[in-house]
Every structure is written in C-alpha cells, then in structure tokens.
Design a protein around this ligand. Structure first.
Ligand code: KG4
Ligand code: ZN
Length: 400
C-alpha cells in the first residue's frame, strides 16, 4: 500500500510517500518521496516558534512540497482537463478558510491526475492548533478530491513508531532502493517522549492503548534546552547547540564548580519539572555581563548532566514500577547522545532484559515519514481509524 503523509504541527512542513509491504508478518517499507522544509531559521529571530508565521509558511509550502514528494515517487501525472471532477474539487476545499490557500490547492488539484495512493495520513495533534489545521484541511481537500481515505495521526505516536524503524544497509544512494523494516517489539512498551512541547512517560500494554506514567508539570525538556540556549546567547533551536558546547567541555576535561538542581529527582513519582532548572541557570548567570567561552561550555555541560540525571532516574523508576519489555525513546531531544548514553547504561546495568529503541538519525526531529510509519503500524494491527470529519486538536493526548 502507498501512504501519503503530512506533518505541520510545529515549524516543519513535511510531506512524504511510502510504499509499505502487505506482508504484515515482515513489515517493511520504502520511502518514495520525502520533502521537508524547516522554518527554524525564520523563527530564530523570535527565539522560538511564532505561531502565525508557522501557519503562513505551512500554507505557502504544502503544495510545492506535495508536488515534490509525488514527483519523486513518480506519482505526479499531469491531468487532462476532461478528467477533472470540478464539483469534487470545489467541495474538497470547502473547509479551507483562507482564500489564497484555497486557490493554491485548487490550482494544484487541477494539474494532477489522482495518484495511486491508498491512504492519506495527517498529524491532527498535539501542536500549534493553527499550524495543525493547515495540514488537516489540506489533507481533507486531497482526500475528498481524490476519494482516498483519511486518517489522523497523533504526532507523539509518530515519534514512538519512528523509534522502531530500522534502515537496511545499502550502498545505493537512491531513496527508493532503501528498505526500512519495523522492528518486532514485545509489549508492554514504555515510551519516554522528549520534545519541544512534551516530556512524558507513557505505557502501552495493548497496542495503541496508552497510560500516562509521568509528565512534566511545567516546561518540556526541549523547551528548557531552548531557553537555556537563549541565556547562553545560542541560536534557536537550542538543544543541539547546548549539547555541542557541553561536549566541548567534556572533551577539554574542564573542571567547574557550577551545581544546578535536579528537580524532583528524589520525589517518589515519575513526573518531571524543568522550569526550576532553567531559572537556576538564569540566577547563576544573572550578575555576569559577558560570558566567557569557558563559562558557557561549563554551564552547558552542567545543564545537560542535570537533564540526563533527571531523565535517567525517572525512567528507572518507571521501569521498576511497570516492568515493560521494551523501552522506546522518541522526540527531538532523543537525538542527544549524552542522554542516550545515560539511558543505555541504565538498561545495560539494571534492565538487561528490556530492549531499548531510538529513532535513527534523520527520524528524531519532526518529519512526515514518522506519520506514515505510525499509519502503517496501525494498519499492521488493524487499528486504522479513518474519518471524513477529522479535526485538529492542539492538546490531543495519547491517553483517551
Ligand atoms: O520533536 P521535535 O522536533 O519537535 C516537537 O515536537 O517539539 O523536538 C524539538 C526539540 C527542540 O526543543 C530542540 O531544541 C530539541 O528538540 N533538540 C535537542 C537536540 N536536538 C533537538 N535537544 C537536546 N539535544 C539535541 N541533540
Ligand atoms: Zn515532535
């Protein structure tokens, strides 16, 4: 089956097409098209994502990215005018509110024959609601005009399933020649989800039935990385920058005397708190006019150590309480090697029977392939939910 997927929950606009195997005992797919535009540099001057700008950029980029993805999948075939069902097209864009966006979609739909796609999957939450609606109403328009079923995917489920994907080794650089397999995993699965908007531990005892085990009571961990980066004068998104400085400090072997708190580390719950950690960085730096390079790298190191200590301790507690067979780490912050190492050590030393899964490079941050992956994993488990009335929900939760 071929799945077209759309992701617009935050500041990445992405459209992908995968071709998935029908042999559900050996789930695998190839990526036929993968077009992604990151707005990060546009938002950098605001120090974070600016919702109105994000929405406008999604509207501008969805059509070109879809054309790009379908073209690379060789599914973009020019339409003969007689083939176009105008009433379907007009009806398809009924729920698109902005006139210019509606016109772009109509113009696009008039140029193309219905592509050979079996399912359209779109992120319908959580995220910035205006940004999500852009993707959802675009997906509705395509689904309606082409008469292809539409399914809404929870962005966090995308991050979870992305961790189960393994790229098969090949020397061929051609995207379509690379197969990706879905690792067989045993339930229960505990997922540590760490991103710009989320920090939570969720347990899945049955496929797609989630229980909340722990969550942040204030800032998400990625948000804390981004805020600390700002305090250190580093650009947005700050996570990779803070991590780079922290590694410099480790490489240099510098000794520092900064001690940041490890919030809630001794509390007997799996909840997190990161706003106090960010405030502690602010207070430590407050009387300093200009930071030396050494002060910056030392602060980055201590901050990253504090975050790792908290994440590892809380995950350990959740593993002790719930005894999952699988631990999945997902979300943008899962790219962090220092945090990965901390979790690997925890599993190696204390939970050798639990299998640990991370997303591969390129699948940690927001992308559309993870949305197609989640749709496919649902297909494998007969858990696809299609809807003609799909809505976007900014605070959509995995726990229903
Ligand atoms: O999942 P994601 O791409 O978007 C959301 O759904 O929020 O996560 C983005 C977050 C940002 O806060 C970014 O700074 C952080 O992930 N991030 C990192 C690293 N790479 C990205 N944080 C720490 N270390 C990294 N290497
Ligand atoms: Zn994300």
């Amino acid at each position: 089956m071929k799945i077209l997927s759309i992701e617009t929950s935050c500041d990445e606009t992405a459209v992908s097409v995968i071709e998935a195997s029908n042999d559900h005992t050996h789930p695998a797919y190839t990526i036929l098209g993968d077009a992604l535009y990151s707005q990060a540099t546009l938002h950098a001057k605001y120090g974070g994502v600016y919702p109105t700008l994000a929405k406008r950029e999604h509207q501008k980029n969805l059509v070109p990215l879809t054309i790009n993805s379908l073209t690379s999948a060789t599914l973009y075939t020019k339409a003969a005018p007689t083939m176009i069902n105008h009433s379907r097209l007009e009806k398809g864009v009924e729920n698109v509110r902005e006139e210019e966006f509606k016109k772009d979609i109509l113009d696009f739909l008039k140029t193309i024959q219905k592509p050979d796609i079996d399912l359209i999957a779109v992120t319908h939450g959580p995220g910035l609601e205006p940004a999500l609606w852009t993707g959802v109403s675009f997906a509705h328009a395509l689904s309606h005009a082409w008469n292809i079923p539409l399914t809404g995917i929870n962005h966090m489920e995308g991050h979870i399933t992305a961790a189960l994907v393994r790229k098969n080794k090949t020397t061929d650089k051609n995207l379509k020649a690379i197969t990706y397999t879905i690792s067989p995993v045993a339930l229960p699965i505990l997922s540590l989800l760490i991103s710009g908007g989320h920090t939570e531990l969720v347990l899945m005892k049955e496929w797609f039935k989630y229980e909340l085990v722990g969550r942040t009571r204030d800032d998400a961990v990625g948000e804390a990385f981004d805020k600390v980066a700002r305090l250190l004068g580093l650009p947005y998104p700050g996570g990779p920058e803070v991590s780079r400085l922290a590694q410099l400090a480790r490489d240099k072997g510098t000794v520092h005397d900064i001690t940041l708190p490890r919030p809630m580390i001794h509390e007997n719950s799996c909840d997190f708190s990161f706003s106090g950690l960010k405030t502690a960085v602010l207070y430590t730096l407050k009387d300093k006019k200009e930071l030396s390079e050494n002060e910056k790298v030392n602060m980055a190191q201590e901050f990253e150590d504090a975050v790792r200590d908290v994440l590892v301790t809380k995950t350990k507690r959740a593993l002790e309480f719930h005894h999952p067979k699988t631990l999945v780490v997902g979300g943008g912050v899962s790219a962090n090697t220092h945090i990965r190492k901390g979790l690997e050590t925890l599993i190696d030393e204390s939970f050798p029977d639990t299998s640990l899964h991370y997303p591969e490079h390129g699948l940690t941050g927001d992308n559309a392939v993870m949305i197609a992956t989640a749709a496919y994993v649902r297909e494998i488990h007969n858990a696809t939910v299609t809807s003609e009335k799909l809505e976007a929900h900014g605070s959509l939760s995995l726990v229903q």
